[in-house]
Design a protein around this ligand. Structure first.
Ligand code: HEM
Length: 440
């Protein structure tokens, strides 16, 4: 049976986006309800259904859990939803709301706009320079760890190193304090909470007990950090960390109570460590599989940029960017009724053979591309008004770490990396156990 609501003029050569577009006929690529039911009964992850639904270049509608959904992968459609359609296709209650509350990643409307404005300056332009010494300090700590590993020859979990590094950089940038082991333990509990969150827009918001306990420990840590910073703020010895910026805001804007400050801290922590840590883990996995690329990238900043860009193409940690049509909307002449889940999937867009030749191959030399890809074709950091606030911060921290490690060390897997897990983030399953060897 076809979905009753999503209709189209033509799937092959869609007309430009227009609110006046006529509603003629049905979307030709609708997924049969029986296919969706078989997927639901199998308990397979959402990505399996999306892979089945995916026809490069097309919009595919389906009905799931009593709701209409449409899969969006073609660059032009992606651009229409996230770029020019940023105010028509909105974030529904964010999947991570039980964790991040009303932080900038989940807030909406005017509240989101003012929260984003406050955080914009420290993450763009020259603002980014203030984090250089924090990033360098955290990178040196990992290089020391790897020097010790190279000496003993013991394998270790490089996913854990990536995570320690990114939690350390963001914690230093929030509070001005380097990360100590006890704080790390509480902050890293975030991954248990993230793992318990639904990968999907339609999921429930209740957290299982262990995740709820991890959330309580995290909250306790955040409130202590706020109290500590407030004492310094009041004593006139505020630092440069973002937490002090939030306390400044609280002096003139009553919305910034301790709850919202906590929500922004957790948002920046979660958004700021998880994606970068998983991306760095994918880099380590890919460099182990392609030692010739690792050798070329050692000491060559532009080769490192290529490695990062290509890793983010193959494994965009934000693999699914769900939106909802607030009112009836049109995508290339296809009517998308109000309330439809609009599932933008960078993971599939990045593997569209029409845009990326040999899409599954790891070819860092494709970056920088001779002709820039069309808008919407490459979006590891999202596009449009809700694009990543931390793009520059993330690129900088990853470049600095790899710039320090790759000339000194080679990576050699001790066990194969796990299969990709498509949760809230896209990550390899389990640890990535590897040796690090000093380069001769
Ligand atoms: C490799 C690292 C990273 C990747 C791949 C990444 C990816 C993304 C993506 C795809 C989005 C858009 C989500 C959507 O449209 O639904 C996003 C949003 C966001 N990211 Fe990142 N991110 C990374 C690192 C960071 C860092 C380091 C920070 C902060 C220090 C950060 C802060 C944010 C925030 C606050 C938002 C929400 C922006 C808004 O809704 O206005 N991200 N990120």
């Amino acid at each position: 049976m076809q979905s009753p609501n999503v209709s189209s003029t033509s799937g092959a050569v869609p007309a430009p986006l227009s609110p006046e577009a006529p509603v003629v006929g049905r979307l030709p690529d609708l997924l049969d309800d029986a296919v969706v039911a078989a997927w639901a009964a199998s308990g397979a992850p959402l990505v399996e259904l999306l892979r089945t639904a995916w026809v490069p270049g097309r919009l595919t509608g389906f009905r799931r859990g009593g709701r209409d959904a449409v899969l969006v992968t073609h660059p032009r459609h992606v651009h229409q939803v996230l770029g020019v359609g940023g105010d028509r296709f909105v974030k529904r209650a964010h999947r991570a709301r039980p964790l991040v509350g009303n932080g900038v990643i989940s807030a909406a409307g005017e509240e989101w706009r003012s929260q984003r404005r406050l955080l914009q300056a420290p993450f763009t332009g020259r603002g980014i320079q203030r984090w250089e010494h924090h990033i360098a300090g955290a990178a040196r700590a990992i290089a020391d760890r790897w020097a010790e590993r190279a000496r003993t020859g013991e394998p270790a979990d490089l996913a854990e190193d990536a995570q320690f590094f990114t939690v350390d950089t963001i914690w230093r940038s929030l509070t001005d304090h380097p990360l100590d082991p006890a704080t790390y333990e509480d902050l890293a509990g975030v991954q248990d909470i993230v793992a318990a969150l639904p990968a999907d827009v339609g999921g429930g918001a209740e957290l299982p007990a262990p995740a709820a306990a991890a959330l309580a420990a995290l909250d306790e840590r955040m409130h202590r950090a706020i109290a500590d910073a407030r004492a310094r703020h009041t004593a006139g010895s505020a630092g440069t960390g973002l937490l002090f910026r939030l306390l400044d805001a609280a002096e003139s804007d009553a919305r910034y109570d301790d709850r919202l400050i906590r929500d922004e801290l957790v948002t920046l922590l979660v958004a700021g460590y998880e994606s970068s840590a998983r991306t760095l883990t994918w880099v380590f996995v890919l460099l182990d599989r392609h030692p010739e690329v690792a050798r070329r990238a050692a000491g060559d900043p532009s080769a490192i940029e290529g490695v990062l860009a290509e890793t983010l193409r193959l494994y965009p940690t934000g693999w699914l960017l769900p939106r909802q049509a607030e009112d009836d909307a049109w995508l290339d002449g296809v009517r998308v009724p109000a309330g439809t889940d609009v599932l933008v999937c960078p993971y599939l867009t990045h593997r569209d053979p029409g845009v990326w030749p040999d899409p599954d191959a790891f070819l860092p030399d494709r970056f920088p591309p001779r002709t820039p890809p069309p808008p919407g074709a490459y979006l590891p950091f999202g596009i449009g008004p809700r694009a990543c606030l931390g793009t520059r911060f993330a690129m900088r921290e990853m470049e600095v770490l790899l710039g320090l490690l790759l000339p000194r060390f080679a990576i050699e897997a001790a066990a194969p990396a796990g299969e990709p897990v498509f949760g809230l983030n896209l990550r390899p399953d389990g640890p990535f156990l590897a040796h690090v060897r000093a380069r001769g």
